[in-house]
Design a protein around this ligand. Structure first.
Ligand SMILES: Nc1nc2c(c(=O)[nH]1)N[C@H]1C(S)=C(S)[C@@H](COP(=O)(O)O)O[C@H]1N2
Ligand SMILES: [Mo]
Length: 548
């Protein structure tokens, strides 16, 4: 096959794939965004890729890991489609078998997702059907090139004129057949008829365009079916127990220093959801079940009718590296989980409460922690608004003192009482610890690494946290000098982080600042470096700067 040949055949394959994906997206408007093959297969990848690979993806693409995954899946698909196009030209059946294999993968991924039904197979099936039709049209149907540019050169006229041999042994050739090359210069590939070539390229262009319109239109329509209008319509009741006011002096208002209260738009987001779950508060239900004496089911209205508690709580991710920013502090409004558990009456030995999201994600929280009096909330509000969709609208869990992966279930729809012995939540079989208390940590926000400073007074500042224990002391060290006590700002409670500052009389040269915190139990943060897995990073945050 010449390269032109392959180019046309590959284009046919890619066009067929585009039509398949685009039409599937359109069908997915009806069957739900998670049934679209790219998203379904991507979700399967998220749930099944080995943890180190996922860490690599997060490290390489940061918060863009999801977009990177979808783009990567798309590119991989395009490459396979091109190959299938080339193979189809050899044998259409091979191409069609390839399409069928992709359809099977899409269907398998879509119907095995949590909460999926048989209709979730439809986008992949419809897409594959149309994709196969397009492939056929290019390879053997109305859009076929005439002749294909790689058609073998016609045999020499003399040979063509030889009548087919009759029955019986073939007559000896009249003369020794000579290879065409010996008698004639190599024949150029016969160019396909320009009109058919135009038809092929126009067809491909129109189909890819239509696929794009279908795909983007499908995404747009799906977006309109989202819950942002329902969210806008939610009116949160005033809290029966409002949060304590942020004390004067909790906010140092220094440039580069994280604000004491993190605005919703700047709040870190971590979850496994490739498309945001769109949960209608009207149909939302919370089921508290499993090993309980009284099973409970609540609607969103039931929840709002209860006395609501408002609290500042700092949420942290176990994947937060030393010095990282996967942490934020917000004012949450919600119902104490303790009260709901008291009503449900957990059985003896039910030491784990599994929070389950509408998308099947789970976290496992110790029952004892949820009942020990801390402000563990089933939250409906965040900083005075209904929860943003990406932070779990309409309802999520927030538990002071535990990392998010064991406690902060977004889009929560079930609390199941079980035991740690009987059930592993989502991240546990993936190599993370079943227990996830937050480790005491501190961070230098200013100066930033490699900042160039002028000798003299420099205000070093940052945040420190040890949720539900509280921070007693923060110390800063320059190079290998003595630890110096920093000034702690005020905080609302032991459940939030605290800002700190330290006046440094900076001398010229290269310097490294280190920070360490001591929690209110008297335990000082260890300097021993430990990776984020399996239960949170340890070590001191350091920042190197140049002073002139
Ligand atoms: N449904 C669902 N809830 C989830 C997760 C998830 O993947 N799915 N991730 C958890 C993790 S690991 C963290 S750190 C917090 C982050 O919450 P945020 O995105 O609102 O900051 O949500 C938790 N809740
Ligand atoms: Mo997390």
């Amino acid at each position: 096959m010449s390269s032109t040949t392959r180019g046309y055949a590959a284009l046919a394959g890619v066009t067929a794939a585009a039509v398949a994906i685009g039409s599937a997206e359109l069908v997915a408007v009806l069957t739900g965004p998670r049934s679209a093959p790219l998203v379904a297969v991507g979700g399967l990848v998220v749930d099944t890729v080995p943890e180190p690979l996922k860490q690599l993806g997060i490290a390489l693409f940061g918060t863009y890991d999801k977009i990177a995954l979808l783009v990567g899946t798309g590119l991989l698909l395009a490459a396979f489609a091109a190959l299938l196009g080339v193979l189809s030209r050899r044998r259409l059946a091979i191409g069609l078998a390839g399409v069928a294999a992709f359809a099977a993968l899409g269907v398998a991924a879509a119907v095995t997702r949590a909460g999926a039904g048989p209709t979730d197979a439809l986008p992949s099936l419809a897409g594959a059907g149309l994709g196969a039709a397009v492939l056929w049209a290019f390879v053997a149907g109305p859009l076929e090139l005439d002749p294909w540019p790689w058609s073998p050169p016609a045999p020499p006229p003399a040979e063509r004129a030889t009548p087919p041999p009759a029955d019986g042994p073939a007559p000896p050739p009249a003369e020794k057949p000579t290879p065409p090359a010996a008698t004639a210069p190599p024949q150029p590939l016969e160019p396909s008829d320009p009109a058919s070539r135009r038809r092929f390229l126009t067809g491909a262009g129109v189909l890819v365009g239509a696929a794009g319109v279908a795909g983007l239109g499908g995404r747009w329509l799906a977006g309109r079916r989202g819950v942002s209008a329902a969210r806008d319509a939610v009116v949160l009741p005033a809290p029966a127990a409002p949060a304590a006011a942020v004390p004067a002096g909790a906010e140092l208002s220094l440039t580069q220093l994280a604000p004491y209260v993190t605005p919703n738009l700047g709040f870190y987001r971590i979850d496994t959801a490739l498309v945001l779950p769109q949960v209608d508060p009207e149909s939302w239900r919370l089921r508290i079940h499993g090993r309980v004496r009284n099973e409970i089911e609540l609607s969103f209205a039931d929840l709002l009718a209860r006395p609501l508690v408002e609290r500042y709580v700092t949420l942290a991710c176990v994947s937060n590296e030393v010095g990282g920013d996967l942490i934020g502090n917000a004012r949450w409004l919600g119902v104490p989980i303790r009260e709901l558990l008291d009503e449900a009456e957990p059985e003896e030995g039910a030491d784990q409460v599994v929070g389950r999201s509408v998308d099947g994600w789970t976290c496992g929280t110790p029952t004892a922690v949820l009942r020990d009096g801390r402000d563990a909330l089933l939250a409906v509000g965040m900083n005075g608004e209904p929860l943003p969709v990406e932070h779990g609208f309409p309802v999520r869990m927030v538990v002071p003192g535990l990392y998010g992966y064991v406690s902060a279930c977004k889009w929560v729809t079930e609390l199941e009482l079980t035991s740690f012995a009987d059930f592993d939540a989502y991240w546990v079989p993936r190599g993370w610890s079943a227990q996830g208390p937050v480790k005491t940590q501190s961070r230098i926000d200013r100066p930033r690494p490699r900042n160039r400073l002028t000798a003299g007074a420099v205000t070093v500042a940052g945040v420190a946290w040890a949720q539900h224990r509280g921070i007693r002391r923060v110390e800063v060290r320059v190079d290998d000098g003595p630890w110096r006590e920093a000034e702690l700002a005020a905080a609302v409670s032991v459940d939030t982080w605290v800002q700190w500052s330290w006046r440094w009389d900076a001398t010229p040269g290269e310097h490294t600042l280190s920070v360490r915190a001591t929690d209110a139990t008297g335990e000082t943060q260890t300097g021993r470096r430990q990776a984020v897995a399996p239960d949170g990073a340890t070590g001191w945050h350091t920042v190197s700067v140049t002073v002139r």
